[in-house]
Design a protein around this ligand. Structure first.
Ligand code: XIL
Length: 671
């Protein structure tokens, strides 16, 4: 960001608005001969969606910092079940004291990535804390159970489409009866009905499921016991909407009667779902048989596999999942995708590694974040955001612009709908201090277990903090360089040294910066020496001043060997926009990707504004990353970009322009 005062070059201009390119929606095929073929998708979730189903996975909160894991999660799955985070021992470890943190982390992430949530599970004899299993008094236990169901469902109301209200209540073997558990033993068989009735009252909009294992074989006594219970509930009007069949299979996969079981439950008037699928040794045939049975039953509405990679599985030694330990697709994956009706990527000419497309279109939110002034901070604009999603929250740092200059602000929130109401913490009150600090970049240095905030002060500076959520934890500024590197001094002309950006690969860390004069600079040090030792400063890219202005971002693209560079340019209309390049390595040479005004990375002409075109500038910001560490990894699909925009009519003092923040979401992602 250019920090110095200059007069706004953009006076009120209706011209920009009138010139907005109104792109006609491409015509839909009309004549029968134009009828499109059935579209075949190349990911599980997208393909399942074509038949109105979802394809989900169990997710463990502890793995959400693993970029390979989240990359597959976001690419392939459109439904999420918390593997352990909503079980009683986690959520209510002692009576009346609820711990929603880990579950919320999963829900918030899934919600912000457009994935639907299954809640798992409210009443279960396992992973149940001792304080519950030792209750002997029926009145006490009934109160405890009802309170647990009500409190948990209320907490998640509106964000969980289906709940496993009761899990695994029936006994294995030939009895066809409920298993012995504290619930059955103290409350009697009626605890099931009680639980479902309480759940319906707590959240009438949620689907209520009964979930069990070893109920896939129609001939098994346990299946018949479950079936009688559901039939009885339906006959008596006890609320139940769905039956989950866990489908933890041996190497042979589903029993021959599996489809009969699904259709028989469905015929009672409930939806059925495969809720925890894994198959010892993951035979492609066994997986195909399982998926086919669901596809053949109209009320089989979704499939969830119980984990992503074999190494994530609770049955890890049996390699039962669709991705190997390195995150590669196994043959069972292709078999599942084909059975869902999709086309495995390997049978097409596209390379297995996912490359970014060569052109982009976006949809923008309205203004999400505006400055919040207080008695000592009269803020005109909020600018230059940097953002990570960590521990269930978006953490945003930004510049504040006011007549007294630039400083920094921090806010966090669980999802974008809460961004506008988040508290703003002014960092000039911390050890970061007053004076010129601007254009922050935040990341976690995993080797050092330390958060870094990189920003400009005239030099390239940084502060560190062991806890990103603690605004007072930042250290006082330190400089990366003793003074401006000689090559910058020689090329900067009348520009300003701005927008420092750090990214590391496995060996080196690189510091990029701009000079508002057509040059992008790069220095390097080793991962071990970082933050010290930046040297060997070179010009990484150059162009005319306006074509390569400032605000560079550099990212690693997940699941590929590509790096992405974005640099802000000033267009022929005077408005800001982004150009893009890719390279095979951080010290490599950059090749143009979408880099022109007519084919920009992000410019007013490839952004739609369903909530109203509040800006013509798409200016300094940050991609929503797939992780939060020093590798700055972004997903290859459904990109999102937090940017600064401006009322097109605003003008006057550059420092007092009313910059606000909004979010772009890519609309032309093919994956
Ligand atoms: C398993 C988890 O995968 C494990 O991490 C945990 O240690 C035990 O529970 N039936 C269920 C799931 O309903 O909640 C279980 O999940 C697997 C069996």
């Amino acid at each position: 960001m250019n920090p110095l005062k200059r007069l706004g070059c953009r006076r009120a201009s209706v011209l920009g608005l009138l010139a907005a390119t109104v792109l006609a929606t491409p015509g839909t095929a009309t004549g029968a001969s134009d009828a499109p073929e059935t579209v075949r998708a190349s990911t599980l979730g997208a393909q399942a969606a074509q038949s109105g189903r979802y394809f989900g996975t169990a997710v463990a909160a502890g793995r959400l910092g693993d970029g390979t894991y989240t990359g597959i999660l976001d690419r392939e799955f459109n439904s999420v079940t918390p593997e352990n985070e909503m079980k009683w021992d986690t959520i209510e470890p002692s009576r009346g004291s609820f711990n929603f943190g880990p579950g919320d982390q999963i829900v918030n992430r899934a919600t912000s990535h457009g994935q639907r949530m299954r809640g798992h599970t409210l009443v279960w004899h396992s992973q149940l804390p001792g304080w519950v299993s030792s209750i002997r008094d029926a009145g006490t236990l009934r109160g405890v159970m009802n309170n647990h169901i009500t409190t948990v469902m209320n907490h998640h109301k509106g964000r969980i489409h289906s709940w496993d209200v009761v899990n695994e209540a029936f006994a294995d073997g030939s009895s066809g009866q409920l298993r012995s558990s504290v619930f059955r033993d103290v409350l009697g068989d009626g605890f099931l009905e009680q639980a479902f009735r309480t759940a319906r009252t707590a959240d009438p909009a949620a689907k209520l499921c009964y979930n069990d294992y070893n109920i896939e074989d129609w001939n098994a006594a346990k299946t018949q016991g479950d079936y009688r219970m559901v039939r009885d509930f339906k006959a008596r009007g006890v609320p139940i909407d769905c039956v989950g069949l866990q489908a933890h299979f041996g190497a042979g996969g589903p029993p021959g009667s599996f489809q009969t079981t699904l259709s028989s439950f469905a015929a009672l008037g409930v939806d059925v779902q495969i809720t925890e699928l894994d198959i010892a040794q993951a035979s492609p045939t066994a997986y195909a048989n399982t998926v086919r049975a669901c596809m053949n039953v109209a009320r089989c509405t979704g499939i969830t596999v119980w984990g992503i990679r074999d190494s994530d599985s609770w049955r890890s030694s049996e390699n039962p999942l669709l991705f190997d330990r390195n995150g590669n697709k196994k043959s069972a994956y292709n078999s599942v995708l084909t059975t869902l009706g999709g086309t495995p990527a390997t049978t097409r000419s596209t390379p297995a590694a996912r490359a970014l497309p060569g052109s982009y279109s976006w949809s923008s939110s309205g203004q999400l974040i505006a400055p919040k002034s207080d008695p000592t901070h009269n803020i005109a604009g909020i600018k230059d955001p940097t953002v990570v999603y960590y521990n269930g929250k978006y953490h945003v740092f930004a510049s504040t612009a006011s007549s007294s200059g630039y400083n920094l602000v921090y806010l966090n929130f669980g999802d974008w709908s809460q961004a506008g109401s988040a508290t703003h913490h002014y960092l000039d009150r911390t050890a970061i201090g007053t004076g010129y600090r601007a254009a922050p970049q935040v990341f976690y240095n995993a080797p050092q277990r330390l958060w870094y905030l990189v920003y400009q002060t005239g030099n390239a500076s940084y502060s560190t903090n062991p806890d990103i959520s603690n605004p007072n934890g930042w250290s006082a500024p330190r400089n990366f360089y003793s003074s401006m590197p000689e090559i910058i001094r020689q090329n900067i002309g009348n520009g300003y040294w701005v927008d420092m950006w750090v990214i590391c690969d496995s060996a080196n860390c690189y510091l990029f910066s701009s000079d508002d004069n057509g040059h992008l600079y790069r220095s390097q040090t080793t991962v071990g020496q970082f933050p010290n030792g930046f040297t060997n400063t070179v010009i990484a890219l150059q162009d005319s001043k306006n074509a390569l202005f400032e605000a560079s971002n550099v990212y690693k693209v997940q699941g590929s060997n590509q790096y992405l560079l974005l640099v802000e340019a000033i267009g022929s209309d005077g408005r800001r926009y982004f150009r893009s390049w890719t390279a095979a390595g951080l010290a490599g040479s950059w090749t143009q990707l979408a880099a022109s005004e007519s084919n920009p990375f992000a410019r007013a002409n490839n952004v739609s504004f369903p909530a109203g075109a509040w800006t013509r500038d798409i200016s300094h910001g940050e991609m929503i990353r797939a992780g939060y560490d020093q590798t700055l990894t972004i997903p290859a699909c459904r990109l999102q970009y937090l940017y600064q925009g401006l009322n097109p009519g605003a003008g006057g003092d550059y420092n007092l322009l009313p910059w606000r923040l909004g979010l772009l979401t890519q609309t032309n992602s093919t994956c």
